[in-house]
Design a protein around this ligand. Structure first.
Ligand code: ISE
Length: 352
């Protein structure tokens, strides 16, 4: 049982958004892997916020975490949003857009896990609602933008001339949540879709998925690994190997090849080990280990930005473009390159 189930005494009224508060009362929707990780990180490692409310369809799971963190369990999403100063959406992908719309309706600053939505229509509805509201409240959890490795890579791009081609590797030990090929694109490789756009400061012009032989864990009719080939509007080639059942560990790599050199993302997180006549390093099983620092930095940046009435990191617009590109990639399977039709960027997203 959580410390407090929903009761009149446990109902803190929402505070005025612009009022200066020292500690944001955060509500987290979803207490699975990533929701639990965000909750613990906000509680133990991030300043300026406290976990006030948790909601999960599995009440026992939410209660257990609430007990651990001294938080309360909300009976439903609407009441969690109403009672919190700011909200983290960490529910299954298909629910992100609907819950983001509820947060916008209640005018709550929101950190929404990626993807903004699996479908373009859902993602577009969030952008439309935010544009109607006339202010940005959604920060999107493309946490790689906060990863020290990617930040250093972006900073070093000035040293290699013009970027010409980017090679990316994204391997999971096993398919998270039993992904399908379209899920590989809209849930997993969507990270590369966003991070390469951010690295190069460029939009995409075309996308194509190339499939080949699949490993033994791939269900009939699905493909794994796949290659995703993108071209940007300035003509840079972006190549991504997405392999969700790589079995041996979790690994993400990125190398940018420029006209005067190349730079590859090194990973300071790993220690090289020499033992038993071998040299190497351990790999995490899941992304939570590899991107621990990025998640923490993302949460602190979001809390700090929320205190200042701002958003941080990727926007709903970035989320829409990523979902649009991932869906164009799905449509390209079995066909040739797919042209990406960029919607007109609303003025609300003119500034980074
Ligand atoms: C998961 O949701 C993530 O965000 C991970 O970073 C990614 O590697 C994994 O494939 C996704 O399912």
């Amino acid at each position: 049982m959580g410390r407090t189930e929903w009761a009149a005494s446990a109902r803190p009224g929402p505070r005025c958004l612009n009022a200066r508060v020292d500690t944001l009362r955060i509500g987290i929707i979803g207490t699975g892997n990533i929701g639990t990780s965000h909750a613990r990180s906000l509680h133990h490692e991030v300043s300026g916020a406290q976990i006030a409310w948790l909601y999960d369809a599995d009440t026992a799971r939410a209660s257990q975490l609430a007990d651990e963190l001294g938080a309360n369990v909300a009976p439903d999403v609407a009441r969690l949003i109403a009672s919190s100063d700011a909200v983290v959406i960490a529910s299954p992908d298909a629910l992100h857009a609907e819950q983001a719309l509820m947060c916008l309706d209640a005018q709550r600053p929101t950190l929404c896990e990626k993807p903004l939505a699996p479908t373009v229509a859902q993602a577009q509805s969030v952008v439309d609602a935010e544009v109607d509201l006339g202010r940005r409240l959604i920060s999107l959890g493309f946490m790689r933008r906060f990863d020290p490795g990617y930040v250093a890579l972006k900073d070093s791009l000035t040293t290699i001339g013009d970027p010409l081609i980017v090679h990316n590797v994204h391997r999971n030990s096993y398919a998270p949540y039993g992904l399908t090929t379209s899920g590989t694109l809209t849930n997993s490789a969507i990270h590369e879709i966003d991070i390469n756009r951010w690295l190069l400061d460029d939009d995409y012009a075309t996308v194509q998925v190339v499939t080949g032989r699949s490993g033994p864990r791939t269900p009939e009719g699905e493909f794994d690994p796949i290659l995703i080939l993108l071209t940007t509007c300035r003509g840079v080639l972006v190549e991504v190997e997405a392999f969700v059942n790589a079995t041996y560990g979790y690994e993400v790599r990125c190398e940018v090849v420029g006209s005067e050199g190349t730079v590859e993302m090194g990973d300071g997180a790993y220690l090289t080990r020499r033992s038993e006549r071998a040299i190497g390093h351990d790999l995490p099983e899941l992304w939570l280990g590899r991107f621990e620092d990025a998640y923490r930095r993302q949460l602190q940046a979001w809390v700090d930005a929320t205190h200042r009435g701002r958003t941080s990191g990727a926007t709903a617009w970035d989320g829409l473009l990523a979902t649009l590109t991932a869906n164009a990639a799905v449509a390209s399977i079995g066909h040739g390159p797919h042209a990406i039709e960029l919607p007109i960027r609303p003025a609300l997203y003119a500034q980074p």
